[in-house]
Design a protein around this ligand. Structure first.
Ligand code: AMP
Length: 288
């Protein structure tokens, strides 16, 4: 049951978790699913959970199902001791840290999976990461079934993911409240991400331009530009940077994630850009 030097409880199996939950004093359970390599962005979710809930459970699980064959599953950062120290510092009640076999007892293929609606996952990240959101919805459904929280907290940084999860919970009548938490940024605007550690010095210098491009798009639209002109400008700002490729930069309806053309309509601008091999995503509300 974890490292004795640390006070935060670590549970590794479904049974261990159930035993712990059964003995828990009554109160609301808040759940923060993560893949570890925790930072202040994750801790904002923990803090939001602590505000509304009596017990906070963080899961740390790098989910193989949501990575494509050429993606970074094997080299995704795994720093458990550091993560546990952060969880302890921020008052997490228990960390659920299962193995792949615990989450997928029947293996990873030929199992029951959750398929979000095509309209939500065909575009944006889904277009560049086939199968990703099936992997995400499947593991979140699985984790929610194990943890059985009252509330589950997700970052707005992964905006498409948040919408996929909200739809899943509504469509399947799942008994949990999904809460979105605003993006935590570095002082220069770069959204915190576990993948930022892979940026070279030069890439790190150029990375805040992602937020710069989103902000430019927002103010161009507010200043009267058409959405297509604003989006083209935002893309050109990023594409001009050495070693940067824009996968998408789009202005979408905040709920359906379909492209928006009316500059006055509610909208959010979303981006994915590759800095060498490092894929970064971000977004900004244009009109609430
Ligand atoms: P991950 O460990 O990358 O799967 O992220 C776990 C959760 O933390 C997801 O709900 C993310 O959206 C959220 N998250 C990651 N980075 C940030 C950030 N910079 N601000 C807010 N939430 C974040």
């Amino acid at each position: 049951m974890g490292n004795s030097a640390l006070k935060v409880l670590v549970v590794k199996t479904v049974q261990e978790y159930r035993d712990w939950r059964d003995k828990l004093p009554s109160g609301k359970i808040g759940f923060v699913p993560t893949m570890g390599a925790l930072h202040e962005g994750h801790m904002a979710l923990v803090q939001a959970a602590r505000k509304t809930c009596d017990h906070v459970v963080v899961s740390i699980f790098v989910n193989p199902l949501q990575f494509g064959p050429n993606e970074d599953f094997a080299k995704y950062p795994r720093v458990l001791e550091q993560d546990l120290a952060l969880c302890e510092k921020f008052g997490v009640s228990a960390v659920f840290h299962p193995t792949v076999d615990v989450i997928y007892p029947n293996g990873q293929s030929g199992i029951t999976t959750v398929h979000p609606p095509a309209e939500l996952i065909a575009g944006l990240c889904g277009a560049f990461r086939p199968g990703h959101f099936v992997g995400v919805a499947t593991v979140v459904n699985n984790l929610l079934n194990i943890v059985r929280p009252d509330y589950a907290f997700f970052g707005e940084k992964d905006y498409q993911q948040l919408q996929v999860i909200k739809h899943m919970v509504a469509d399947l009548n799942m008994q949990v409240q999904i809460v979105g938490v605003p993006i935590v940024r570095e002082s220069d605007g770069l959204a915190l991400s576990s993948r930022n550690v892979y940026l070279s010095g030069k890439q790190r210098e150029l990375a805040p331009q992602i937020y710069g491009a989103l902000t430019a798009v927002k103010y161009l639209i507010h200043g009267g530009a058409t959405i297509s002109d604003a989006v083209a400008h935002g893309k050109s700002l990023l594409s001009a940077l050495d070693g940067v490729t824009v996968q998408y930069l789009e202005c979408c309806d905040p709920f359906t994630l379909q492209s928006v053309s009316d500059p006055k309509a509610p909208s959010i601008v979303l981006v994915a850009a590759k800095y060498g091999d490092v894929r970064l995503i971000d977004n900004l509300v244009v009109n609430a």
